[in-house]
Design a protein around this ligand. Structure first.
Ligand code: GLN
Length: 595
């Protein structure tokens, strides 16, 4: 009885469910993120949940070629890249529980059954599966304090159901959201269908039939979409809106045009041009809490669309086997972080993907790197193309070309410096060479032990960790300029006590948080020799047992040479770019403008 009361009294939230029709890949994730941004602009606290109907427990073990990038959350989740879009638009850190997979639902139910919690009853798909889905959606709406106590609820929870209407896999989820509509009341749950309108070459006219059919297919599940967002390569005209209304009984006023555009950051602005925000609020019977102010967002989107000077960035990595996913999908966060930094610097960004193996086959090709204003070595695993990456880093160092090393990029910059400046000829990471005399990058045994004992049961360092930045460094300056110090301090206050191992010792005021996904670390035994030769470690994580893990490295005399053990791209947002990407683009722009 008490539990029943608690659930009811908490349900003040509204749920907006986003589903896709016609084909996959129409941009449901961006549409969801954009709707969230709009609701925030009207003054509502908003969070988002991504449902992936596959059996995998999470995306951690999925090949990037299979699924695009793996997104890492603050709390150490390895999940679907759509959560990245939510964070980039909504501007706050979304926890891993906001990604739900069919595997998780079934595992939870089977675990509960094994523990005897069903008291011998037969555990049926209906109602247990939809109940577990609904429980998770409700859980995502909860706002908790540092001790894990419930303090409030988001005004809106957006729920994006992966897959396409008609797929067998997403049926239980639609069943669950329909059920929420009944339980919570029609005005508290809305369904939005994102479809695609083809323009066949031979006809040259936009066709609405597949959209009509998708609406009808959704109707079969008992769901009548409140809005239809029509993706197409050009805007939808009134004739077609009327046609959809006539044939599928959706109010033409609720049929929203979503044409292809130059930048995803234009999407909320386009939706607002059709008053989508106010229409959703009206449908859900709520008054706006504030008048939207899109000034900053709009000017940044315009700067992406019409940049001043464009800088050319060489992204050096191993790019074979990308499969059906394009490079942009596999490195989506790095791309977006560059765009954010570009927009805030007033620079356009042109990325070229360079396969590092060519530098191994033919060192002469290294000279190509002269044509770029900056070089990035992004994260990576394994031996393929490593020597080529090291050569590219050496090129950046010797030719004063701005360089940013992300995770593996930092590790290989350390290897390069150890070999070529400290004269440790065979220096390497033990990921590649287990028997090197100079393992400058290595698995620190106590670190491995800690991670194994930790909550994830693996050996990967995952999620947000604190770093203390060193006075007088470029890295500290960049984080200060971005105002990250205070914000991250506030965030640290809200982290639970049991996260202490990821916060470590928080001495001094120069503490920041960045996300991680790696096994290897700079070997503490080599820090002295590297630093004596001019390599500066500008930030470290101070573990509770006293060990220091190097988080940032830089070369002070260089135009811009910075590497980080973290993945700062995961915390970059359009209106709040990552400090390191900002600094990198700023340096590239100076080179481009010859200043
Ligand atoms: N392979 C390296 C490690 O595991 C770097 C990982 C990464 O770049 N994300 O430490």
């Amino acid at each position: 009885m008490l539990l029943y009361f608690v659930v009811l009294s908490l349900d003040t939230m509204k749920i907006v469910v986003v589903v896709g029709g016609v084909i996959s890949g129409v941009g449901k994730g961006i549409a969801t993120a954009a709707i969230g941004k709009i609701l925030q602009q009207y003054g509502f606290s908003t969070t988002a949940v991504k449902i992936d109907p596959y059996i995998n427990y999470d995306a951690g073990t999925l090949r990037p070629t299979e699924h695009g990038e793996v997104w890492v959350t603050d709390d150490g989740g390895e999940i679907d890249q759509d959560l990245g879009n939510y964070e980039r638009f909504l501007g706050f850190d979304i926890p891993k529980r906001n990604n739900m997979t069919t595997g998780q639902i079934y595992k939870e139910l089977i675990d509960r059954e094994r523990r005897g919690e069903f008291l011998g009853q037969t555990v049926e798909v209906i109602p247990e599966v939809p109940n577990e889905i609904k429980r998770r959606i409700r859980e995502a709406s909860e706002i908790k304090d540092a001790e894990g106590r419930l303090t409030g609820q988001y005004d809106f929870v957006l729920v994006e159901v992966g897959g396409t209407i008609g797929d067998y896999q997403n049926m239980p989820y639609l069943f669950a959201t329909k059920s929420l509509e009944i339980e919570m009341g029609w005005e508290n749950v809305a369904h939005i269908l994102v479809t695609y309108l083809p323009v066949p070459d031979n006809i040259g006219e936009m066709k609405t039939k597949p959209t009509q059919q998708a609406i009808k297919m959704l109707n079969e599940t008992g769901i009548f979409p409140d809005f239809v967002l029509c993706r197409a390569n050009k805007p939808l005209d009134d004739v077609r809106k009327q046609k959809i209304q006539q044939n599928a009984n959706v109010d033409a006023d609720h049929i929203i045009s979503a044409p292809d555009i130059k930048t995803i950051y234009r999407v909320p602005l386009n939706f607002e041009a059709e008053n989508l925000g106010q229409k959703i609020l009206k449908r859900m019977k709520v008054q706006p809490k504030k008048i939207p102010d899109w000034t900053n967002w709009k000017s940044l989107a315009e700067r992406i669309e019409n940049p001043g000077t464009t800088i050319k960035v060489a992204m050096v990595g191993k790019y074979i086997d990308i499969g059906s996913f394009s490079l942009t999908d596999s490195y989506i966060s790095v791309n977006e972080a560059l765009k954010h930094a570009g927009a805030n610097n007033g620079a356009g960004i042109e990325i070229e993907w360079i396969d590092s193996k060519q530098f191994e086959r033919d060192p002469g090709t290294l000279n190509k790197l002269k044509n770029y204003h900056g070089i990035i070595v992004p994260g990576g695993f394994g031996g393929s193309g490593v020597e080529g990456k090291i050569k590219a880093i050496e090129f950046a160092r010797l030719n004063n070309v701005p360089f940013l090393g992300l995770c593996y990029g930092l590790q290989l910059a350390v290897v390069e410096y150890a070999r070529n400046v400290c004269n440790l000829a065979d220096a390497h990471t033990t990921e590649i060479n287990k028997s090197t005399m100079h393992p400058v990058i290595d698995i620190i045994p106590t670190q491995k032990e800690i991670l194994e004992k930790g909550q994830y049961g693996g050996t990967m360092r995952l999620g947000a960790y604190s770093a203390i930045l060193k006075d007088g460094t470029n890295v500290l300056d960049l984080y200060k300029r971005a105002g990250r110090m205070n914000r991250d301090k506030a965030k640290i206050e809200t982290l639970r006590e049991n996260e202490a191992f990821r916060l470590g010792v928080l001495d001094g005021s120069n503490v920041i948080l960045e996300r991680h996904r790696h096994r290897y670390e700079v070997n503490p035994k080599f820090i002295d020799i590297l630093e004596r030769s001019g390599f500066v470690f500008s930030g470290f994580h101070h573990r509770l047992d006293g060990t220091k893990l190097m988080e940032f490295g830089e070369l002070p005399k260089h135009k811009f040479f910075v590497g980080t053990q973290a993945h700062p791209e995961f915390k970059s947002r359009l209106e709040d770019p990552s400090p390191l990407f900002f600094g990198f683009v700023e340096a590239c722009l100076k080179t481009a403008l010859n200043t």
